[in-house]
Ligand binder design. Structure first.
Ligand code: SF4
Ligand code: SF4
Ligand code: SF4
Length: 166
């Protein structure tokens, strides 16, 4: 089964629990936010009295048509056949930053070991039937993961709700 993330922006409170859980799961240093694999960004929608603050929790989206994968000169970024997760194979990575430049979101980070690093969708947890660490801790269930087809149905349902109004 392939996997993808789904974020319900209306439910995200910007609590950063997902970002902290990711750092803990992957032994990243909390004080070095520039190497965080998941980050939470505030965004303002609308203007004046209608302005609303929302948050976007962002990590690698394991794109179907992944520019990072195509940009890597050594084949260090590969897609797993079963899960479709886009992974860095650090043994082949020369730390050239090509993947990070090619990614529209600048997701791959330069790690302290001299190789590029990014979210692997907590593959080890998935293999053991567990949700990724970031998904597990989200207190509002804003962040979920699952089959892209099921998540697409959820996106469609949300859009229909918005269209129908309150
Ligand atoms: S690193 Fe960027 S381009 Fe590559 S799969 Fe993740 S989001 Fe897509
Ligand atoms: S799936 Fe795992 S590695 Fe990816 S952002 Fe969530 S906690 Fe981090
Ligand atoms: S844990 Fe959930 S609610 Fe908190 S910032 Fe992350 S996605 Fe948003």
């Amino acid at each position: 089964m392939s996997h993808a993330f789904y974020l319900d922006v209306d439910r995200c409170t910007g609590c950063f629990a997902c970002a902290v859980a990711c750092m803990d799961q992957n032994d990243l240093e909390v004080e070095t936010e520039s190497i965080a694999w998941r980050q939470v960004f505030p965004i303002t929608l609308g203007e004046g009295p209608d302005a609303r603050l929302r948050y976007i929790s962002l990590a690698c989206m394991h794109c179907e048509d992944a520019p990072c994968l195509m940009a890597c000169p050594t084949g260090a970024i590969a897609r797993e056949t079963g899960t479709r997760v886009v992974k860095v194979r650090s043994e082949f990575c020369i730390g050239c930053h090509s993947c990070s430049i090619a990614c529209p979101f600048g997701v791959p980070r330069f790690g302290k070991d001299g190789t590029m690093q990014k979210c692997d969708l907590c593959s080890v947890r998935l293999e053991n039937g567990l949700d990724p660490a970031c998904v597990r801790v989200c207190p509002t269930k804003a962040l979920r993961q699952g089959d892209p087809n099921d998540l697409g149905l959820e996106v469609g349902r949300k859009a229909a709700e918005r269209f129908a109004g309150p």
